[in-house]
Design a protein around this ligand. Structure first.
Ligand SMILES: *Cc1c(COP(=O)(O)O)cnc(C)c1O
Length: 407
C-alpha cells in the first residue's frame, strides 16, 4: 500500500468544492436599467453613484473613488501623497504584485519588511526596523482576509509621521476590533477582480477620510482632469484608471451581497480552524482577538519535520482525499521575482537607483519568516457555499492524512 494514496476507495471529501451562484437577479436588474441610460461614462453615472452609495453603507468614508482595479486604487493612493522620487514605502513580501506596482511607477522604493509567522501579515517590529529618513508610508496587506495588526501599525505610523495605506483587496468584510478594514489607516484600497469576495470582472475602489488627499483622488485616476469644476489645466501626470457604468452596475449589486458572503466564509474558515486545533503537524492561522477574518482563502503551515515526505506529496495525499488545497501560495517572496532581482523596472533600468536616489539592492533583501511561510504553507480556497458538513469532511481528511503521513 502506498503511503500517499488513500487506502479507501472513496475519498473522505466525497463531493467537489461547493460553488456559489455569484451573479443573478440583482446584477441583471441594474444592467437592465443601465442599457436604457444615454451614457456609460462613470462620472455622476447612476450605476457608479449607486456603487458609491452601497459602498458607503458598509464603509462610511467621506471620499470614495471607484476605479479600474485594485492595483489602480493602490496606485492612486500612493500618487495622492505627492511623494518624491526615492521616497520609501514599507510593504510585505507576500502579496499580489498590484501592491507594489503603483509605488514603482511613482519612482518610489518598496521596502520589504518581514511577516508574523502565524498571521502572515506585517510584523510591527520588522516595520520599525525598516524605517529610514526616507520612509513616507506603510502599506498593510490583510492577507487572505486576516486583518493586519492595525493598532500597532497605526501607532508606528503616527509616531514617525507616516501614512498608513490599507490594501484590502483580499479582505472585503474583515474587521479590526470591530472596524471594517480600510477605515483604520489613511486609505482603504479594494479590488473587484474576478477572484475576490465580490467582483465585477475588474474594478477597484480607493477611499479616504482625509481632507488633504480625498478631494484630489478623482484627478489621480482620471488623467488629472478636474471633473468637479470641469477644468483641463493638467498639472500632474496621472493615468486613466476610470471605472465604467457596466462594471459599477455589477459591483453595486455585489456589495448588497457582501455581508452574507462574509458571514458564510467567516463561519467556514473559523470552523475549519476549530476542528483542526491541536492536530500534530499543522500550524493554523491565528486571528487577533476582537478581529474578524473574512477568509478569501485559508492558509496554514505544515511542520515539515514531523513528516517523512515533502510538502508536495502531502498536498497530493490531501487532494486524493478530496481536499481542494494547493502546496504554497505565490512562488517566492515578491522581492525575489526576476523584475526585482534584475531591477528591471523601466526598459531594463531603474532611474531612481541609477541617479543615486536610493541604494536599494533587492538581491540583498532577506525576509526569513516570509521565505519559510512560502516553503511550508498550504492554501485552500474558501467559498460562501461551503456548508458545515463540507468543512467537517475537509477537517477529517486533514486529520486522517496527517496522522497517516506522520513520522
Ligand atoms: C488582487 C490583489 C491586488 C490587485 O487587485 P487587482 O484588482 O487585480 O488589480 C492587490 N493586492 C492584493 C493583496 C490582491 O490580492
Amino acid at each position: 500500500m502506498s503511503t500517499v494514496a488513500s487506502p479507501a476507495a472513496k475519498p473522505i471529501v466525497d463531493e467537489p468544492p461547493p460553488q456559489p451562484q455569484r451573479w443573478g437577479a440583482a446584477e441583471l436588474a441594474r444592467l437592465t436599467t443601465m442599457v436604457n441610460q444615454p451614457s456609460l461614462f462613470y462620472w455622476k453615472g447612476p450605476q457608479t453613484t449607486a456603487l458609491i452609495e452601497e459602498f458607503r453603507k458598509l464603509y462610511p468614508f467621506k471620499h470614495v473613488f471607484p476605479c479600474s482595479s485594485g492595483t489602480a486604487a493602490l496606485h492612486i493612493a500612493v500618487a495622492a501623497l505627492h511623494l518624491r522620487p526615492g521616497d520609501e514605502v514599507i510593504v510585505p513580501p507576500i502579496t499580489d504584485m498590484g501592491s507594489v506596482i503603483g509605488i514603482l511607477y511613482q519612482q518610489c522604493v518598496p521596502v520589504f519588511a518581514d511577516l508574523d509567522p502565524r498571521t502572515y501579515n506585517l510584523d510591527p517590529a520588522a516595520v520599525r526596523r525598516a524605517i529610514t529618513s526616507k520612509t513616507r508610508a506603510i502599506m498593510a496587506v490583510h492577507l487572505a482576509g486576516n486583518p493586519a495588526d492595525l493598532t500597532a501599525l497605526s501607532a508606528i505610523a503616527k509616531e514617525h509621521n507616516l501614512i498608513l495605506i490599507e490594501d484590502c483587496a483580499q479582505s472585503w468584510g474583515a474587521k479590526h476590533r470591530g472596524t471594517p478594514v480600510g477605515l483604520v489607516g489613511d486609505f482603504g484600497c479594494y479590488s473587484l477582480n474576478d477572484f475576490k469576495h465580490i467582483a465585477c470582472g475588474d474594478g477597484g475602489i480607493v477611499a479616504t477620510n482625509s481632507e488633504t488627499y480625498g478631494p484630489g483622488l478623482s484627478k489621480w485616476g482620471d488623467k488629472s482632469y478636474d471633473r468637479v469644476n470641469g477644468g483641463r489645466e493638467v498639472e500632474e501626470l496621472a493615468p486613466n484608471y476610470r471605472i465604467s457604468e457596466p462594471q459599477s452596475a455589477v459591483a453595486a449589486a455585489q456589495l448588497t451581497k457582501l455581508p452574507d458572503i462574509v458571514t458564510r466564509r467567516h463561519r467556514a474558515g473559523s470552523l475549519l480552524t476549530s476542528l483542526l486545533e491541536g492536530t500534530p503537524g499543522l500550524l493554523l492561522p491565528t486571528v487577533a482577538s476582537g478581529d474578524t477574518h473574512s477568509y478569501w482563502f485559508y492558509m496554514l503551515r505544515l511542520e515539515l519535520a514531523r513528516f517523512s515526505i515533502p510538502r508536495a506529496e502531502i498536498a497530493a495525499a490531501l487532494n486524493a482525499e478530496g481536499v481542494p488545497c494547493g502546496a504554497g501560495y505565490i512562488p517566492r517572496p515578491v522581492y525575489q521575482y526576476p523584475v526585482f532581482q534584475k531591477h528591471n523596472f523601466f526598459g531594463g533600468a531603474w532611474p531612481v537607483r541609477d541617479s543615486g536616489l536610493t541604494k536599494m539592492d533587492y538581491r540583498a533583501v532577506s525576509c526569513p519568516v516570509s521565505e519559510a511561510i512560502l516553503q511550508d504553507c498550504l492554501t485552500m480556497r474558501i467559498t460562501e457555499a461551503m456548508t458545515d458538513g463540507y468543512i467537517e469532511k475537509v477537517a477529517r481528511a486533514f486529520t486522517t492524512v496527517t496522522k497517516r503521513l506522520a513520522k
